[in-house]
Design a protein around this ligand. Structure first.
Ligand code: AMP
Ligand code: MG
Length: 410
């Protein structure tokens, strides 16, 4: 049986970064930029005001104070989006709004709060300046954010809302990104019924397809739901054909030791099995292979096992295909509040709730660790890791916890 690291290394060696695609910027959240973005313009395009106030000549404010204000003649108003019509001459001021271009002649802006404007009523023809201002006060310079011709975003950057905002500020509506992987999802098992159907006796609803599809979406892939294959060769082979135009195939179930576990056999015949079984708990029966050149992850059928093996192996594979470099889930140190026994030399991933108290993380197990108890995943935000070479951990030990979600209030 191979280790978690060996399994991951093998999987990653069989997946490649996908090709590029040009997409509307809002479709690209979480994708990796496939081009350097140079700015065709200055952002902001002109020197403009950072405050509502008056554009003035700073020299006109020398020596002024609340006790001895200087009166300036107000000659115009300039609003954001307009172009100033006149010039600031000695002894004059132009009312200016945030974002409006600085008029010629002005070298500074004085805020409304530093004038007597708030006390004035009606049409303002003059204003008292109550405070000295230095040159360039409250002026945002042209190109201060992004200079024309400079590189605004580099190829390889993961696109977050802030990157989408920067692209928009350059007037970019489309951008080249590494495309999203299409992940085919096939559930196996005679006992499974689709969620749109009534539940006959002896059957269970197919939940894996939906938890796995949601994980694919969360990590940026596009799920292609193939449905349910029965535990028969014919059914499985027919369904597998529908997956062959995807970038990766994920099956759930049919990889354990049971009598009806045909997935392994078919895969061995129709493709190749690269490994089967990983020294971990839950998730030991994980299989990995290729079918007609497509990487295939055979996740165990137990609903918890399929989710945890997805996080450990499918997530990094999807990230690699998307061109991401940081493939690891965050791991933190926490004090475990319950003992965990490890009696068969596998790496244990125990569902836990991580909370911060007095600046220290604590991890409390979610109770039943049965791999069929899917609600335990809804309670957990992390997985306490017990190494394969340790017989367990005691309450109070410091452990590593792989965070599934950073949300502590769950
Ligand atoms: P298997 O790995 O096929 O032996 O399945 C292990 C356990 O997981 C069995 O109890 C199955 O009924 C259950 N199981 C398998 N596939 C699914 C699925 N798609 N949704 C919910 N439970 C499943
Ligand atoms: Mg099965």
């Amino acid at each position: 049986m191979i280790s978690v690291e060996q399994a991951l290394e093998k999987i990653l060696s069989y997946v490649d970064v996908l090709g590029e695609d040009e997409r509307p910027i809002l479709d690209c959240l979480g994708q990796v930029l496939a081009e350097d973005i140079y700015s065709p313009i200055n952002v902001p395009p002109l020197d403009n005001s950072a405050m509502d106030g008056y554009a003035i000549r700073s020299i006109d404010t020398q020596g002024v104070s609340h006790q001895s204000p200087r009166l300036l003649r107000v000659i115009d108003t300039v609003t954001a989006g307009s172009i100033p019509r006149c010039e600031v001459k000695p002894g004059t001021a132009i009312r200016i709004m945030t974002g409006a271009p600085i008029p010629k002649g002005a070298d500074s802006v004085v805020r409304f709060e530093d004038t007597d404007e708030p006390q004035r009523k009606g049409n303002i023809t003059e204003v008292g300046i109550l405070r000295e201002v230095k040159v360039s006060s409250h002026i945002r310079r042209a190109g201060e954010d992004i200079a024309q011709g400079s590189i605004a975003l580099r190829q390889g950057t993961v696109i977050r809302p802030s990157e989408i905002g920067v692209l928009a500020s350059l007037g970019r509506s489309m951008v080249k990104v590494i495309r999203r992987p299409v992940v085919a999802i096939l559930a196996t098992g005679d006992e499974l019924v689709d969620i749109t159907q009534p539940l006959p006796p002896g059957k269970i609803y197919n939940s894996n397809t939906y938890s796995v599809a949601a994980l694919v979406m969360r990590y940026g892939g596009v799920p292609k739901i193939i449905g349910i294959a029965l535990d028969s060769e014919d059914s499985l082979v027919a369904k597998l054909r529908m997956a062959l135009d995807s970038d990766m195939l994920i099956t759930t179930g049919g990889v354990s030791m049971g009598d009806y576990d045909v997935v392994k056999d078919i895969l061995a015949r129709e493709g190749e099995i690269l490994f089967w079984q990983v020294r971990m708990k839950p998730g030991k029966p994980l299989a990995f292979g290729r079918i007609k050149g497509i990487p295939h992850l055979g996740l165990p059928g137990n609903p918890v096992s399929s989710m945890i093996t997805f996080e450990l192996f499918a997530r990094p594979a999807i990230f690699k295909m998307m061109g991401k470099k940081n493939l690891a889930k965050p791991i933190i140190e926490a004090i475990v509040e319950n003992p965990v026994v490890n009696n068969d030399g596998r790496r244990i991933f125990a569902r836990a709730v991580v909370e911060k108290r007095d600046g220290q993380y604590f991890a409390r197990l979610t109770g039943s660790q049965g791999s069929g108890v899917l609600t335990s995943m809804t309670l957990a935000n992390g997985l306490v890791i017990v190494p394969e070479d340790k017989a367990g951990v005691a309450a109070g030990d410091t452990v590593q916890v792989m965070m599934l979600d950073w949300n502590e209030e769950i």
